[in-house]
Write a protein that binds this ligand. Sequence first.
Ligand code: PMP
Ligand code: GLN
Length: 377
Amino acid sequence: MSKLEQSIFSIMSGLAREHEAINLGQGFPNFDCHEKLKALATRYMNAAYNQYSPMPGILELRNVIANKMNHAHGLTVDPENEVTVTAGATQALYTAISSLVSHGDEVIVFEPAYDSYIPSILSAGGVPKTIELFGPEFKYDWGQVQDSINSKTKMIIVNSPHNPTGQVLTYDDLNNLAYLIQDTDITILSDEVYEHLVYDSSVHLTPLAHNELAGRTLAVYSFGKTFHVTGWKMGYIIGPDTLMKQFRELHQWTVFCVNSFLQYAIAEYLKDEMTYLSLSGFYKEKRDRLIKNLESSELIPIACQGTYFQLFDYSQISTLDDFSFAQCLVKEHGVASIPLSPFYQQLETTPYIRLCFAKTNEVLDAAAERLLEVKGI
Ligand code: PMP
Ligand code: GLN
């Protein structure tokens, strides 16, 4: 299903453990979630909220999600029919793809692409049509998208803020997308797990709030990213009731519902907007710290508008391919990173590695100290 037998995140985390390296590879925070969230989770578990929840998730949580979308984007989302709570974003993506894509349907995927998209498409019998974006800008070529669309195109997957490039979709991008699919039945699957991690003057735009795209978009979110709890695997999906009906048709028979007590805990925690509005300031400081720490190195940072990942061009240090370079970094210099080529089907190498800055300042500083030593490999 993928050019790697094991996910690149597992490979690099495994190497990090084996070599006792600092792990800036796989995307997860090395710090804990807020005490209040843990207290709420414990409270609801102890209060016996431990049985099945309703299939689409508890209404309390879906209500808070709908309010949040209203505050953030001015959207009116119907919590009954347009929101489903899922076991993380990965399940939402998989179920969305499996419920909408049939044998032979084509799905346009922009590469570099998050590693679960293509296996999910293939497992549904779909045909991935990849469009490569190239650094350092990773701009969309809408002419190429136009050329890729045909009567078999069922879905286009977009991801903004984008893992691993850190780029965000602009108004122009969304308008171009809307223009190209206006006379088709194409569905947009929008992966927005880093919605709150945007920096500087960038804003997060969702196709759900675009007039022409709203009626045909399913957008996917993750509490793992937003609340520093990647191990909880809690997320949700929003979209118009016609698409959501199809989504739930499959969700009902495969997952049914996700764990109850965490849904109650998150519903309460999420009511306080500061739990997520404070995130961009928090992570911007970390992004800036990592870049500043590496200023005197020959790792060149690529502009990052969002996510908690920073790409670096290492071509002034090494002519190794990106996978070998990342292996050398973890084995010989004690820092795990993620090479970019596994995010492409065809590309053998790139001049980029990705570093995750969702780490305590001490860890970011220690990693930078090691990386400053890396010269000419
Ligand atoms: N999409 C993107 C772009 C991601 O980076 C990730 C990884 N966190 C996911 C989806 C999966 O999220 P989750 O852990 O909630 O399944
Ligand atoms: N989303 C995380 C990343 O990009 C990894 C998730 C996973 O390991 N499956 O690093």
